[in-house]
Design a protein around this ligand. Structure first.
Ligand code: SAH
Ligand code: SF4
Ligand code: F3S
Length: 475
């Protein structure tokens, strides 16, 4: 039966995967008859929005196979981990989960453990799993997540350990089933991979070269999402500003935004991430003319020192960055600018950190993520000299964090008294009578309201600024 199952499979995608979803469903039914209970799954996602989106696709595949999603990671029959390797603490977190999983017995001794994502694109990590975590049954990477049903079929028909890792991406496969985490907002991939090779960063190695998705497919997905009730889309890419580069006849990123703007039912458009070297005047003008594009630009700085930026291969100087930020502030005064900063890059000195803090003071970030540099095997920075001591890094990290927090607190106040349109996302975690919503500028506001407001866009008057968020009243 095994041979014919694989021999009869269609060769074209996504038909091949729908075939395996159907067959996996039958195999699971057989197994359920033996187990005497319906089979469940749990997906744990580490890392960024790209991984979150991949996990929604894999949840879609597992659901189509007839499995039920459960909240209990350690009790599920199929446990899937979608890993991240951007910094070492992401890797450690994953090993922590695996250790706990291994320690917990399961009603069904042959629970299936599957692991995929960015970490699995690193040969050392796969070796470690093979050697020390023999209970992991299925290992795959970032380029073949759409093949989950096929990999599960291989396992269910007798392969106890299935390992399928591609070092390069192949075609972009469209129309994979998806189960979205939120009914009212969704990420939409517009490109995959990255070509920038910032010297500290592992992403180009684990996600492959930059590939833009066809604009027609992107619009089709947005239309489908709108028809399902989605109000807010977030266009996802490691460097959205280079969308379409190198593809003859492709739309540019600002042109793509204009097309998404035309999709009826989509009321808000966000995007992530903008590389400063590619953010065009055209984008600023498109944002200015739009009433759907949210008032938020995430513009990673990484360092304010031109010398360190050069060593990072960021391809802009401190002055160029400041000029760009000033242009955004003057053309789009209500836009919130947020950023990412790395502290402790090899060779970094106190003067370099002074430059970073100078940029923080001048740009006045509305928010920032600050990271301690983490060497990634195989990246150029990992073999650079001049690593500072832990103590130095800790002290400089705190100095950067203080500057960022002072500025963002001061910046948040500027919206006080405004009436803002807010997408209601959830019930407040601490107080059931309050609802939590997100403003266009990405700030959160809590206000009294009914649970039925979730997913709606309402107007909220901001009555009290609590530092990084607001309290308000619906008007
Ligand atoms: N494509 C995005 C960033 C993706 S990674 C961009 O270029 O802006 C998200 C953030 O993680 C980066 O902006 C960077 O600040 C941080 N980061 C990446 N590699 C890191 C490393 N090796 N150590 C510490 N932080 C890192
Ligand atoms: Fe990494 Fe740089 Fe690409 Fe961002 S642009 S994903 S930091 S290599
Ligand atoms: Fe992590 Fe991969 Fe995203 S390394 S940050 S999950 S692209």
């Amino acid at each position: 039966m095994r041979d014919s199952l694989f021999e009869l499979a269609p060769v074209t995608e996504p038909q091949r995967q729908y075939y395996f979803i159907e067959n996996a469903a039958s195999l699971i039914k057989l197994r359920e008859a033996e187990l005497l209970h319906p089979m469940t799954f749990h997906v744990t996602t580490f890392g960024c929005q790209m991984n979150a989106k991949d996990s929604e696709k894999m949840t879609g595949i597992l659901t189509e196979m007839g499995l039920r999603e459960v909240g209990d990671e350690y009790g599920a029959d199929i446990v899937l981990y979608n890993t991240c390797t951007i910094r070492d603490n992401a890797n450690q977190k994953f090993y922590g989960h695996l250790g706990t999983l291994n320690g917990k017995s399961h009603r069904n001794s042959d629970r299936i453990v599957a692991v995929c994502g960015c970490m699995m694109q690193e040969p050392d990590c796969v070796e470690k799993l093979k050697k020390s975590y023999g209970f992991v049954n299925i290992i795959f990477g970032t380029h073949n997540i759409y093949k989950l049903a096929e990999l599960i079929c291989r396992h269910l028909t007798g392969e106890s350990h299935v390992i399928d890792i591609w070092d390069k991406p192949e075609e972009i496969v469209e129309d994979i089933p998806t189960v979205r985490k939120y009914p009212f907002k969704s990420g939409v991939n517009i490109m995959y991979g990255c070509n920038n090779y910032c010297t500290y960063c592992i992403v180009p190695y684990v996600r492959g070269n930059e590939r833009s998705r066809d604009a027609g497919e992107i619009i089709k997905e947005c239309e489908k999402l709108a028809s399902e009730g989605v109000k807010e889309v977030m266009l996802l890419g490691q460097n959205v500003n280079s969308y379409g580069n190198g593809i003859e006849g492709s739309l540019s990123f600002p042109e793509l935004l204009k097309e998404v703007e035309k999709v009826e039912g989509i009321e808000r458009i966000r995007f992530m991430t903008s590389h400063p070297k590619d953010l065009s005047d055209e984008l600023i003008q498109v944002m200015k003319a739009s009433n759907k594009i949210c008032r938020h630009i995430h513009l990673p700085l990484q360092s304010g020192s031109t010398r360190i930026l050069k060593a990072m291969n960021r391809r802009y100087t401190k002055e160029q960055y400041l000029e760009l930020a000033a242009k955004i502030r003057s053309e789009l005064p209500d836009v919130a600018i947020t950023t990412d900063i790395i502290v402790g890059f090899p060779g970094e000195t106190t003067e370099d950190i002074d430059d970073t803090i100078d940029v923080i003071r001048k740009v006045r970030y509305d928010g920032a993520f600050t990271f301690i540099y983490s060497p990634r095997t195989g990246t150029p920075a990992a073999s650079m000299d001049g690593r500072q001591s832990k103590e130095w890094i800790k002290a400089e990290f705190d100095r950067v964090l203080n500057a960022v927090q002072e500025e963002s607190k001061a910046m948040a106040v500027r919206f006080m008294g405004n009436t803002e349109s807010v997408l209601v996302e959830d019930v407040n975690e601490q107080d059931e009578s309050l609802m939590t919503g997100r403003m266009s500028n990405n700030l959160m506001v809590h206000f009294p309201g009914e649970h039925s407001l979730i997913g709606k866009i309402v107007n909220v008057k901001l009555t009290e600024c609590k530092g990084f968020y607001y309290m308000g009243e619906m008007v």
